[in-house]
Design a protein around this ligand. Structure first.
Ligand code: NDP
Length: 434
């Protein structure tokens, strides 16, 4: 706490990993001798910079931006950029730390990083977003590269922003290289990247269920968010026969007891991805309930997929979920459940699929985008989807094996932390004291 003051999210993320890996570290002379935990909890480097841009009224505006290059032991730094008014160093350190283990879990050669800015995209015009992205890349470009650090999207950074960022990188460097992922399909993007996090989270849920001899057909799920992750989690749930009952944004949630599917899902995609409207418009159009200022966790369902933001499921929410007989919670967002919330859910018998494992599909397909860029080829949807399914199944297997080996029980949180940790730790030990 003295070394990282006022960073509660970072402490929460570190605490969870250390709790899982401690038995392994105690038992291992090589990890103890290497001071592995002290090293892994310190980012390699943090870059902080000012982004100056001009709004439509001609006012000069200034924001703060960061790139936290956390760990590149097993591959170039990799992790998204977030644009949100609340972005601060604490948030980006927790996300970069988590990303290191998540990327390791995918089995692909990717290190961990995260970046972003306290720029608030809400209410900004396209031209303002473009000027901000160009200004941000003017500084960021000197710190990234296809073999150095490869950023991607996250909250507030989607296809539009990545296009502006990539265009400015290309202009300043006069080179067309895979320095960002999540790019548009006409300029180096991968098919299936947009859908990958949401689809991957549902594939992970399906793996958990299959391992227990269960299936998704005829079941129901509550989902928060209506952004990139939520929309495609809903799409895959519906495709696999599970009703998606809710969606939300920062203004509240909608509850559609018939399920968000077909024409209704297309409306929601257009509303959120194209028109950037508010979620109540779905309720207005289809005559279902809108609950302003609320989260959807009190709606009864078999599964819950929080896909909006960190700490959006707290202890009180978890108690309601347990009382409602929730079966599985899958973290689509990063750290959406508070530490007390996790304890309550696990003690209440809810199976818990942690973000590191469950939402790794997005970065996995980003890794596939990097491979396609390096080879200068484009794989088909079938190839990418088959690889994504294989990667999610592999992550599930790793979680099971490591959790059983170290703790003797099936606990996906512990399994994911240990599996992600071992690969990075072994590389760091091999490099010696650097
Ligand atoms: P988007 O910006 O596309 O969507 C975010 C959604 O969450 C929006 O509906 C937004 O509502 C809502 N939201 C954001 N902040 C808050 C808040 N403080 N309170 C309530 N609702 C909020 O982001 P993504 O879908 O890309 O990301 C969602 C989560 O998934 C994040 O935790 C991200 O780190 C994680 N993730 C994303 C990956 C990806 O590939 N995109 C990969 C792995 C993890 P509103 O529009 O009103 O702000």
């Amino acid at each position: 706490i003295r070394r990282n003051p006022a960073e509660p999210n970072f402490h929460q993320a570190v605490h969870e990993v250390v709790e899982s890996v401690m038995p392994l570290v105690y038992d291992s002379k090589k990890y103890r001798d290497a001071s592995i935990l002290e090293r892994m909890t310190e980012p390699d480097r943090i870059i902080t910079f000012r982004v100056t841009w001009m709004d439509d009224a001609g006012n000069v505006r200034a924001n703060r931006a960061w790139r936290v290059q956390f760990n590149n032991s097993i591959g170039p730094y990799k992790g998204g950029l977030r644009f949100h008014k609340d972005v601060d160093l604490d948030t980006l350190k927790f996300l970069g730390f988590e990303q290191t283990f998540k990327n390791s879990l995918t089995g692909l050669p990717m290190g961990g990083a995260k970046g972003g800015s306290n720029f608030n995209p809400k209410g900004k015009t396209d031209a303002e977003v473009m000027r901000f992205c160009h200004a941000m890349m003017t500084e960021l470009q000197r710190h990234i590269g296809e073999d150095t650090d490869v950023p991607a999207g996250d909250i507030g950074v989607g296809g539009r922003e990545l296009g502006y960022l990539f265009g400015q990188y290309k202009r300043l460097n006069n080179r067309f290289a895979g320095v960002l992922t999540g790019k548009g399909l006409s300029f180096g993007g991968s098919v299936g990247r947009k859908e990958a996090t949401g689809h991957g989270a549902v594939y992970f849920l399906r793996e958990i269920l299959q391992h227990r001899g269960e299936g998704l057909e005829g079941k129901s799920a509550i989902i928060s968010g209506s952004g990139n992750v939520a929309l495609y989690a809903i799409e895959k749930l519906e495709e696999l026969g599970c009703k998606a009952l809710t969606a939300s944004d920062s203004s509240g949630f909608i509850f559609d007891p018939d399920g968000i599917s077909g024409e209704k899902l297309e409306f929601l995609k257009d509303l959120k991805e194209v028109r950037r409207g508010r979620i109540h418009e779905y309720a207005d159009k289809f005559g279902c309930e809108f609950h302003p200022g609320k989260r959807p966790w009190a709606v009864k369902a078999d599964y819950a997929l929080p896909c909006a933001t960190q700490n959006e499921v707290d202890e009180a929410d978890a108690k309601v979920m347990v009382a409602n007989g929730l079966h599985v919670l899958i973290e689509g967002a990063n750290m959406p459940t508070t530490a007390d919330g996790v304890t309550t859910l696990q003690q209440g018998g809810v199976i818990f699929g942690p973000a590191k494992a469950a939402n790794a599909g997005g970065v996995a397909v980003s890794g596939l985008e990097q491979s396609q860029n390096a080879l200068r080829i484009a794989w088909s949807h079938e190839v990418v989807d088959t690889r994504l399914k294989g990667i999610m199944a592999g992550i599930h297997q790793k979680c099971l094996r490591h959790s059983l080996e170290v703790h003797g029980t099936i606990d996906y949180i512990k399994g994911a932390n240990i599996a992600g940790f071992v690969k990075v730790a072994d590389a760091m030990v091999a490099y010696g004291a650097i």
